[in-house]
Design a protein around this ligand. Structure first.
Ligand SMILES: [Zn+2]
Length: 555
């Protein structure tokens, strides 16, 4: 029997030896249609798309995007790198499409910055069979076709006229089509701002370009010193020096903290401490960004969120100022790095600890940061410790999408848990269980930190704040990292708490009723820099008393 009929399955048959315009149009069509499936899906779901005119508009937009893609392909895909670049474009569009469709995220400069700073554990958490299948269908099939395809031969100079001709003709046609659909398109883009970050691969190309420009600008500027005038309270030989622990949470959203009104008991420890009168929970706190990359540096910056957004200058951080004031500073890292904040202070990465109880497969539960803490602090300069010590604990917290990995088996309260990273395919309740277990574990961890602080002879306090929130499927959005202006409140409303020891209460001469009154006021990450400086009693011209949450309550 002849297997000749199988030939139609053989990629490379289509368009073999055809005109280069036709060949590049084939790739453009694959990119604009298959590579932008989430964009088309999002457009089709819009409430405005409900009549004949809107459908015609969609077809117009599709034709314009395909033409634009054709121009783009002819502009960048030249014979010398035709095959690998074509496949790379398919990989870019399909991977971005997968994450957009799966988690409802969009591709903007900070998302690309995140992707570039990721580590193997984070990548492992995101891999799934669905991703593999997407890549096989979206990259494998058209990629194989593209790799085997040879356009019709033409002379060297003809190539130039062909491709540049396509750019000219394609641009003119795109412009004409865009004029036709301009009104509809403009109003859609205005009303649904996330759409512009959904067009593959232009979103990625734009984001990479924008990021490279910012980083280039930052590299040209030397690191700017801040707080050179910082000074601490003089050493009092009769009194013990204070110890502050700053816990920087990860992906914890205020909406799932029972101390803030959530209906499930996720924070019993914090509530018990609150009932004892030693803990204050700030219920209206806004994060600086929607991802670690933005929020952590911003949290430790003397600039507020607005100034940070446009800033291209690298400044020293809050920790440098504390160190200049003579305090001992230690950063404990249980996540993917301190994003430059701890570069000039003592820091320990838990990945080197390999603790048998707290660490599994290269990742540790947050309690590992309490292991041997006294010994680690003892290695800091005694002269500095006599003024005061600040220890920052950067949590793994509720880092997704593998929330179930964020709590040890014996501490799981809510079952069953979603153990897939393809979150939309999870049962809503199981997903919520896994996330709530991670919050309950953070509650337990904070309780352990307070227990440790209680064993110290000095005045001690704990400040806790999360770096950003998380979406758990509200409106089809998962994870975090939405551009700030369009981010849902779940991603920006974060928990913040303060625990004060009796000795610290005297040291600060703090007024309990006044602190209570601060709990429901609207605060943000902008207040952290000044609040920590105030808590450490460090004097510097950078300190703004009105930004310090506790200023009015200390005497
Ligand atoms: Zn984060």
């Amino acid at each position: 029997m002849s297997l000749k009929w199988l030939n139609w399955l053989r990629p490379g048959v289509y368009m073999q030896g055809r005109h280069p315009w036709l060949v590049s149009a084939g790739l453009a069509l694959a990119l604009s249609t298959l590579g932008n499936a989430p964009f088309w899906w999002a457009l089709a779901q819009l409430p405005e798309v409900n009549n004949l005119r809107a459908y015609a508009g969609l077809i117009g937009i599709w034709a314009a995007l395909t033409l634009l893609m054709w121009v783009f392909v002819n502009l960048v895909v030249w014979p010398w790198w035709r095959k690998p670049l074509g496949v790379l474009l398919l990989v870019m569009t399909m991977t971005a499409s997968y994450f957009m469709a799966m988690y409802g995220v969009v591709i903007d400069p900070t998302m690309v910055a995140n992707a570039m700073q990721t580590n193997s554990a984070e990548v492992r958490d995101l891999l799934s069979l669905t991703l593999l299948l997407t890549l096989v269908i979206g990259v494998g099939v058209p990629g194989l076709w593209w790799w085997r395809l040879e356009p019709g031969a033409c002379l060297g100079w003809q190539r130039w006229t062909h491709q540049l001709g396509a750019v000219v003709v394609g641009s003119a046609l795109t412009a004409a089509l865009l004029l036709l659909v301009f009104q509809d398109l403009a109003s859609l883009m205005r009303n649904h701002t996330t759409l512009r970050f959904m067009i593959n691969p232009f979103n990625t190309v734009y984001a990479v370009g924008r990021l490279a420009k910012t980083e280039q600008a930052q590299r040209q500027q030397p690191l700017q010193a801040i707080g050179d005038d910082a000074s601490a309270r003089p050493i009092d030989a009769k009194a013990a020096a204070p110890v502050l622990i700053l816990v920087v949470g990860e992906t914890a959203r205020a909406a799932n903290f029972s101390i803030g009104g959530y209906e499930r008991p996720t924070t019993p420890k914090l509530q018990a401490l609150q009932a004892q009168g030693d803990l204050y929970y700030f219920s209206q706190v806004q994060s600086c960004g929607t991802n670690t990359q933005v929020s952590v540096p911003c949290l430790f910056s003397h600039l507020d969120r607005k100034a940070n957004t446009d800033n291209t200058v690298s400044y020293e951080s809050l920790l440098d100022v504390l160190q200049k004031a003579g305090w001992a500073v230690l950063w404990l890292e249980n996540q993917s790095g301190c994003k430059g904040v701890c570069d000039r202070v003592a820091h320990v990465d838990t990945s080197i600890i390999k603790h048998p109880q707290f660490c599994v497969a290269g990742e540790c539960w947050d309690e590992v940061m309490l292991d041997g803490l006294s010994e680690r602090m003892a290695t800091l300069s005694a002269e500095r410790r006599a003024r005061g010590t600040v220890v920052v604990m950067h949590q793994m917290g509720s880092h997704g999408p593998a929330y179930y990995k964020r709590s040890p088996p014996e501490r799981k309260v809510f079952l069953p848990e979603c153990t897939s990273n393809a979150l939309p395919s999870c049962n809503t309740q199981a997903l919520r269980n896994a996330y709530d277990n991670s919050i309950a574990y953070t509650d337990h961890f904070l309780g352990q930190v307070v227990s440790w602080l209680k064993t110290q002879q000095q005045p001690t306090a704990l400040w806790y704040v999360s770096d950003h929130g998380e979406s758990l499927g509200e409106n089809g959005i998962y994870l975090h990292g939405m551009p700030y202006k369009m981010a849902p409140k779940e991603q920006t409303h974060v928990p913040m708490a303060l625990w004060v020891s009796p000795a610290m209460r005297r040291h600060w001469a703090v007024d309990d009723a006044c602190l209570r009154a601060q709990q429901s006021k609207p605060w943000s990450h902008d207040n952290w820099f000044h609040t920590v400086l105030g808590s450490a009693d460090v004097k510097t011209g950078l300190y703004q008393p009105e930004m310090d949450i506790t200023r009015a309550c200390r005497h």
